[in-house]
Write a protein that binds this ligand. Structure first.
Ligand code: NA7
Length: 531
């Protein structure tokens, strides 16, 4: 039994079926796609390069699909996931329009009993979450939203019908990846666009462009090598970081590299190996981007407000198309709601800040997600002794997992790209492939050895969580408030729930655990418990 019909759920279903098992996916949407089904605001793109943002487990599947652009727009990614579902004939085992309300482990029978929104109760030996890291939308609790007479939307729950901005006064709250992709699109037709910015974000030009046929053909001819390169890289993409500190280069050499990356739309991280670990190196990159903002944005007061003052890349770095340029348009204005005029309430007619009221016909919340844990604690996931995952994690205050895949107290339950795995700081489909294959192998091992239940040990879990925290502490990520740390959600306890040691090293650790007869797990057969 699998929740979620996105990348994770689709591959998990296919993989289990290939093993000869019966599997079902449940999803609340009426079609496949997961986050790419819901997240369909104008301008939505993926910030991983399209040719890497897909499955490589099947050569035929890879070869049968051709991406049009370097960074794929949301409709194309959704088409891709439909292509995957159709090619692998997955739909017949997916129940759409169905929410999992409760899942409870029966310790006597070693099965999961799952209740869904359509009233059905199903049982399964294995229960797998493919809910994703960014699927629980965050609409901030701002006073007065119910009084607003205009239209309002959240980027992560965008309507399936066209939303027309023409001639309207639109307000966008939030300037993360979603806001920065949406804002240039809204500005094209809105009468006026007011951007309410809490924290400015670093973005560098995406340089999005159509892809050459020769380039795609070459990748298709070498899928196996591409797969190997992606799974053996820290980021799940076939890039290597130059073995060089920013400080090893002269300022002229640094500037030349950054200018070239900016002009060609190349990512900054592969240029050096210490941008996320060395404060001085990071500041040099940050200052370069601030200089660029000052050059691109004509009004220097607006440019100043757009300049971030924290470590570059410690909030998810954005790749944009004409974001800063949008602030040179006559119909766009920027409001700093952090330092200058905090939002006080939403009124019938718009948004009231400390300085006054902004009259609006439409408000768009680009305010992100309750990331990493939100979707996992949204429903009643009840393990041994009647404890829910939410209770075990004390509502997020003490999240602890084994490898981000398994959970003490929750036998035969697995999370794909769960908290404390590399997940969102890698190319997610690659991380998903690694997890799905590990889980499939684990299940195969259980079936082959007539194992009834497998459960992470508390000690192994404590050790893994401590290791994750220690790794994170060696980076600059933990020094910035972001959705990575839970700081974007009011009242959410802070914690950096991502393994930062690289997908390659992580895969080695997971493989070693399996090779050592699932070290760190307790295994239960019908006759004995093997620790
Ligand atoms: P993000 O990156 O979490 O961005 C949300 C934005 O909304 C960010 O600028 C927040 O400011 C802002 N925000 C959140 N709550 C409020 C309130 N109450 N008032 C004003 N502004 C607020 O979400 P995205 O959807 O853009 O991207 C999520 C990920 O999806 C992205 O990183 C990619 O991996 C794909 P803050 O920075 O918290 O001060």
């Amino acid at each position: 039994m699998i929740i979620g019909a996105g990348f994770a759920g689709l591959y998990m279903l296919h993989s289990l079926r290939e093993q000869g098992l019966t599997a079902r996916v449940y999803d609340t949407a009426d079609n496949v796609g997961g986050v790419w089904y819901w997240n369909r605001y104008p301008g939505a793109h993926c910030d991983s390069e399209a040719v890497y943002y897909g499955f490589t487990f099947s050569e035929e599947l890879y070869k049968g699909w051709t991406w049009s652009k370097r960074y794929a727009p949301q409709p194309e990614i959704l088409d891709y996931l439909n292509y995957v579902a159709d090619t692998l004939d997955l739909r017949k085992d997916i129940k759409f329009n169905t929410r999992v309300n409760t899942a409870e482990f029966d310790e006597e029978k070693n099965i999961w009993r799952i209740e869904t929104s359509n009233g059905s109760v199903v049982t399964a030996k294995y229960f797998i979450s493919g809910v994703g890291c960014l699927s629980s939308s965050n609409v901030p609790n701002i006073k007065g939203l119910n009084d607003f007479k205009g239209e309002w939307y959240h980027t992560g729950r965008w309507p399936h019908t066209k939303v027309d901005f023409t001639g309207k006064r639109v307000g966008v709250i939030g300037t993360g990846s979603s806001g920065m992709q949406l804002i240039p699109e809204v500005a094209k037709t809105a009468d006026h666009l007011t951007v309410f910015q809490r924290t400015p974000q670093y973005t560098t030009p995406a340089g999005n462009r159509p892809l050459d046929k020769e380039y795609i053909d070459e990748l298709k001819a070498n899928v196996q090598q591409l797969r190997k390169d992606m799974l053996s890289s820290p980021t799940g993409q076939p890039f290597k970081r130059a073995p060089l500190s920013v400080l090893d280069d002269t300022p002229e050499a640094q500037d030349k590299k950054f200018e070239e990356a900016w002009e060609k739309g190349l990512p900054f991280f592969p240029l050096y190996n210490d941008i996320l670990t060395n404060e001085k190196s990071n500041e040099i990159v940050a200052e370069f981007v601030r200089k660029k903002i000052g050059e691109v944005v004509k009004d220097q007061e607006t440019a100043r407000k757009l300049m971030p003052n924290y470590y570059f890349g410690t909030k998810r770095p954005v790749r944009d198309s004409y974001y800063y340029e949008t602030f040179n348009r006559e119909n766009v204005s920027l409001v700093d709601v952090k330092y200058e005029e905090p939002i006080q309430e939403i009124t019938e007619n718009g948004v009231r800040t400390k300085k006054g009221e902004y009259e609006l016909d439409m408000i768009i919340f680009a305010t992100g997600y309750d990331a990493m844990t939100g979707s996992l604690i949204k429903f009643d996931l009840i393990g041994k002794d009647g404890i829910t995952l939410k209770e075990k994690w004390e509502n997020g205050a003490s999240v602890s997992t084994y490898l981000g895949i398994a959970h003490a107290g929750f036998p035969n339950f697995f999370t794909i790209t769960g908290p404390e795995s590399p997940s969102v700081i890698t190319n997610v489909p690659t991380a998903i492939e690694q997890h799905v294959e590990w889980i499939s192998n684990c299940i195969q091992y259980m079936e082959d050895n007539e194992i009834d239940a497998i459960e992470a040990d508390s000690e192994a879990e404590k050790g893994w969580s401590a290791h994750c925290r220690e790794m994170a502490e060696s980076t600059l990520y933990v020094k910035t408030e972001s959705w990575y740390t839970g700081a974007n959600i009011e009242g959410k306890p802070r914690g950096f729930l991502i393994y930062v040691g690289g997908l390659n090293n992580y895969k080695k650790i997971c493989d070693e655990v399996a090779e050592n007869s699932y070290k760190g797990f307790s295994i239960k057969t019908s006759t004995k418990t093997i620790v």
